[in-house]
Design a protein around this ligand. Sequence first.
Ligand code: NDP
Ligand code: MG
Length: 382
Amino acid sequence: MIKIALLGSTGSIGRQVLSVVRRYPDKFKIITMAAGSNAVLFSEQINEFKPKIACLTNPEKVSQIKEIPLGTQFYYGENALLHAVDSEADIVFDAVMGYAGLKAVKYAIELKKNVALANKETLVAGGSLIMPMAKEAGVNIIPVDSEHSAIFQCLNFNANKQFKNILITASGGALRNVPIEELEKVSANDALMHPNWNMGKKITIDCATMVNKGFEVIEAMWLFNAKRENIKVVVHPESIVHSLVEFDDGAIMAQMGVPSMELPIQLALTYPERLPIENHALNLYGKTLNFSEIDKNRYPCFDVVDRAIKLGGVYPCAISAADERIVELFLQGKIKYTEIAIYLEKVLEKIENISVTFDSLEYVDRLSRIIVDEIYKIRGSL
Ligand code: NDP
Ligand code: MG
């Protein structure tokens, strides 16, 4: 029985973790659960799974929790996520959205708990601190993001295996067929219509802009100890090949499957064992696979993230934090889609490089969001 501390249970990934647990109740047990603000769904979840610890970070929503099961300890407030980690769980499943996920991973490593990592902001912002810490503590950081799970599978579940290049696939997002000159006019709803994947709002917008792909390059660098020049991004609109690994002899291994997170989520908990998933077979008959390079005119945000990667230090953290705030403004209809790249660029210009510590990341995270709001004040709303 694998005991799981699930952080972000009410989100898109979190809900799918719970489907996996429902599918194999004799293999998995939810020991703790944590969420942010969706107290109504959280209330249903804790009454179904009866965890030993339940945590809601938003104190204003606690009154919406109808009933706490007998035997469940309940925590709320800013540090609630840490209570969720500090439990008898064997593995911490971090499916929180945003920078909040990083502190939880740090604490999990301190407690020597393996981490199934969906929260990409952890490695984007803090990979240079988290990975050495995990190595020293002997903690596994297991990829959940579909591309990184694919790479992990192509490497036979050995993140240290030698390879030549990693090829990360990208669907191109919701706006891939919109003429570039019309991108200025697209609404948040247009950008949320992802053709292949059903995900949380923030990551769906990041897929449209390819900020997400930039973040995935960073994730891959940390997870597989890869240099930037050994990672290529390949646009693959069908989302059938989830990523590839090229070896020195020219062989390229790919992992294919239907576009669903259930496989990477389940595999992160069971690898190297593979358990059946019903209705999950990929029918290849009649399918065509296309691969092309990124069109830099269509996806200027990818280049900005790439610049942050090259600058290193606290810059990826700044871009990640700024992007969270910028996407909020875009989702609220306050800025144009095409302004996202402009804002990101300006944040990069304004951030000074300081040495990376957990405290400096916290500072840069906050500062970057403030800078976005200041730019917004100057540029004005739509
Ligand atoms: P969602 O927005 O759907 O869910 C986010 C979850 O995090 C919710 O449970 C939310 O709680 C919780 N949360 C947010 N902030 C806090 C906080 N401060 N404290 C505690 N809980 C918090 O996001 P996704 O599930 O789409 O994504 C989660 C992570 O996984 C992201 O980092 C994303 O990039 C990554 N990922 C997602 C994929 C996908 O298919 N969705 C694919 C690959 C990676 P509440 O809703 O209750 O406020
Ligand atoms: Mg992904």
